[in-house]
Structure formats: C-alpha cells, structure tokens
Design a protein around this ligand. Structure first.
Ligand code: DC
Length: 230
C-alpha cells in the first residue's frame, strides 16, 4: 500500500448492481468536492477493449495484458460530468449497455485482471479525498479507508429501479427478465473466488430499499461527519 493511500481520506461505497451506489457516489463526491473512482467502469472498459481487440473472455493471459496496458482516461467536462476515453475514443455511453455489463462481470471474476487494475484504482486516491464506488473497495482496494459503506437493497427493488430506467428506451423490457439478470449477476459477483462482493467487517451497512436517494446521501454524510471527514 502506498503512503499516499494511507494519508488521503477515502470513503468506499460497495454493494450490488442497482443499489444506488453510482448516484450516491456522484452526489457525495460533488458535495465533499472530492475525486470519484467508478471502478465498475474500469471492468466495463476492459471488457469493451477485449471486444475491440478480438480477445476471447476465457483468454486470461491476453485479458491480463489488456488490463495492465489499458489506455483509458477519465476526463472531467465543464458541466461536472466525466467522459471515459478508451484509446482516444469516447466510450462513456457505450460501456453502459447490458452486453458490456455481462462481459464485465465475467472479466471481473479473473484474479489476474483484478490484480492488473489494482494500482490504477489506488492512484485515484488524491487530495482532498476520494469517493470509491465498487464491489471490493473497502475489502481489497482501500482497506484503510476512513469510512466504508455497504449499500444494499432487495433484488426486487433493484429490478424495479432498472425497469423504470429502461422502459422508455426499450418498451419491450420485462421486469421478470431484469430480476433474473440481477440475481444471476449477484450470484456471480458474490460467489467468485477472488474479491467477492461482501461487506467489509468494519462497513456501515445501509439498506436503501425503502430510502430515497436524499435519505441515503444524508445518512452517509452523517457518518462522514461523525468521523470528522467534513
Ligand atoms: O458497477 P458496474 O455494474 O459498472 O460493474 C460492472 C461489473 O464489474 C459488475 O459485474 C461487477 C464488477 N465489478 C467488480 O467486480 N469490482 C468492482 N470494484 C466494480 C465492479
């Protein structure tokens, strides 16, 4: 672990797909004026790069090399959003589709790929602080984090949220299919041998099933305040 990682304040937010982590982390980073690491985007970009380069998802050695040499940049826009650039091409939206998500989940189960992305993630820890969004932020990447949140919600509630997002773009979307996909992805993320999704022993567990985004944000900010992070 680098000395920088020990010094810089880090808040980790881990949890399953659809728990609201992404939204909460963006709001939190904005509120605190801290940097943001969307670690899932790195796995998605690795999966997309594999497709671009014709690398099969069972070719672990080639995927490890790809992850280690990934030419990816996170570029802040004037509007405060982040653009993701892979090998000079903007892929901010392209990495969000379901197929890339599925591929990312396969790639993320490979230990050598996770290892290759570790230092790249730790490099995001810079002053004045970092909000890190993922599955193993508190358990593996930033074990010394000042505050660790594990954000959960029932699979049914997460499927509903995804359905509401999708239905305007895909009128044929099925709630049952979405629920099944969510359960399959949970099983893969929680049961993999390397860095499985689970709360760190010292994590604060928040169940957002019946909470609004603002209630979750306030709960996290309260925890940050208790630890003198604000
Ligand atoms: O959060 P997301 O849907 O963008 O993540 C994409 C995939 O990457 C998902 O299957 C979980 C995996 N992932 C991971 O294994 N570890 C992380 N720190 C972040 C994401």
């Amino acid at each position: 672990m680098s000395s920088r990682e020990k010094q810089v304040a880090v808040i980790t937010v881990d949890g399953p797909s659809g728990s609201g982590k992404g939204t909460i982390c963006q709001l939190l980073a904005r509120e605190l004026g801290w940097h943001l690491l969307d670690s899932g985007a790195l796995y998605r970009v690795t999966a997309l790069a594999a497709r671009h380069h014709g690398v099969e998802l069972d070719d672990v050695e080639a995927l490890e090399v790809l992850a280690a040499h990934l030419d990816v940049r996170f570029r802040a826009t004037d509007g405060g959003d982040t653009q993701i650039i892979l090998e000079g091409e903007e892929v901010t939206h392209a990495i969000r589709n379901e197929r890339v998500g599925e591929d990312a989940s396969v790639v993320a189960a490979l230990g050598p790929v996770r290892e290759a992305l570790l230092n790249r993630q730790r490099d995001f820890a810079r002053e004045p602080g970092l909000v890190a969004d993922g599955r193993d932020m508190g358990t593996v990447v930033f074990p010394q984090a000042s505050l660790k949140i594990y954000l959960d919600a029932s699979a049914e509630e997460r499927a509903q949220r995804r359905y509401k997002q999708l239905i305007s773009k895909e009128p044929g979307a099925s709630l049952d299919d979405i629920l099944n996909d969510i359960k399959a992805r949970d099983a893969r993320d929680m049961n993999r041998a390397v860095a499985p999704l689970k709360p760190a022993p010292d994590a604060v567990i928040l169940d957002s099933t019946l909470m609004s985004i603002n209630e979750v944000l306030q709960a996290v900010l309260d925890e940050a305040r208790h630890r003198g992070l604000r």
